[in-house]
Design a protein around this ligand. Sequence first.
Ligand SMILES: Cc1ncc(COP(=O)(O)O)c(C=O)c1O
Length: 450
Amino acid sequence: MLETKIETKLPRLVTPLPGPAAKRILQLDSRYISPSYTRSYPLVAKTGRGAMIEDVDGNVFLDFTAGIAVVSTGHCHPEVVAAVQKQAAELIHMSGTDFYYPQMVELAERLSSIVPGKEPKRVYFCNSGTEAIEAAIKLARYHTKRDKLIAFYGGFHGRTMGSLSLTASKAVQRKGFGALLAGVTHIPYACSYRCPYGLKPESCCTECATVLEREIFKTIVDPEEVAAIVVEPIQGEGGYVPGPPEFLLELQRVCRKYGILLISDEVQCGMGRTGKWWAGDHVGLEPDILCVAKGIASGMPLGVTVARASVMNWIPGAHASTFGGNPVSIAAALVTLDLLEREYIENARRMGQFLFGRMADWRERHRIVGDIRGKGLMIGIEIVRDQKTRERAHDLRDRIVELAFRKGVLLLGAGENTLRLSPPLVIDEEQADFAVHTLDECISEVEKSA
Ligand SMILES: Cc1ncc(COP(=O)(O)O)c(C=O)c1O
């Protein structure tokens, strides 16, 4: 068995960044790779283990991105690697759309038992988050025989044409691609730090949901034509914004009242990242359809659309995907579920608490820290030019991300001006402490020159 070796659990930088081997890759990348990718800094990864990434020059970084919230059980967890190797040696592919294999039903059964709601579930397998959303859109239209959809400003649901029609996170993601799916209405997402209606946190929260009955259903779309409301319980790409409980529950109430399906996009916030299986579990959300990807298979490509059994009533041939739910990804997912259940969901909760504790006085100590929010290991820090005006400071945020890289900590931004902390769920206190200490230093340095 191949053993991944990274001996240290804290960063160790041995060359200037990028190092000579990285420079060669970057040159080739700039010549051959699609220029649509958005790299924040020149990390060229070679090896991963736990929360650590070693680059092609032997520099070791502490990964607080988890490959965009994907490697939930850390990089190359030995049990995941063993399961992948065993499955690859046995059966790599047979297409679950036309044939059967045991792992597929095993994972479906396990997911059914952890997705909330009393009704039995049915599970559709695909390869990515965007495909899970495409399936949800098609299923909602098919089942309800309605075609309109409600989504939210700041929402991110993927980049294929259907999911892109729901995405309203950054204009560049839509620009140049022409007409998208008709019948999608976007409304504001509740954010207590930046209430779209200018209200105080106490009175905000439900306004963004009550607007549906108060205005949207009277002026734009009749509720009887709405197939689904699609929402992230915690917005991810939009800036790590947790939906307030009252807001999410009001959406659920409106859905039930008008026979609209509630589609919960847990692609980024699900799979234990927030300290519970689903971010919606913190408020008691029971969606009709739940979409999962990213963290479910520790880095192997897998997307899942789980629906109430009576909702998933489409007929053979209505929807499928050749690679969806391939046995190797499913083997990785089964072990991932075990590991999350055994220790990492609880670790995410504990480490989240630890990190929030360490950052508790940052708003007093750092004049450019506007808001610190999130749950478990899904934490957003808004960087502003001034705490009073709350002017977004994306340039300062970007400098902090770049500086952290130079100090050996991998971070990403989310939204216009938010730092995202989304480490693998395996980090320990020493690593959390190191990351938060480094980030503190980076913010101080950037603040001094701002
Ligand atoms: C909430 C959410 N939904 C959907 C997607 C799309 O997932 P993928 O990139 O796997 O297509 C993402 C990706 O970031 C996401 O964060």
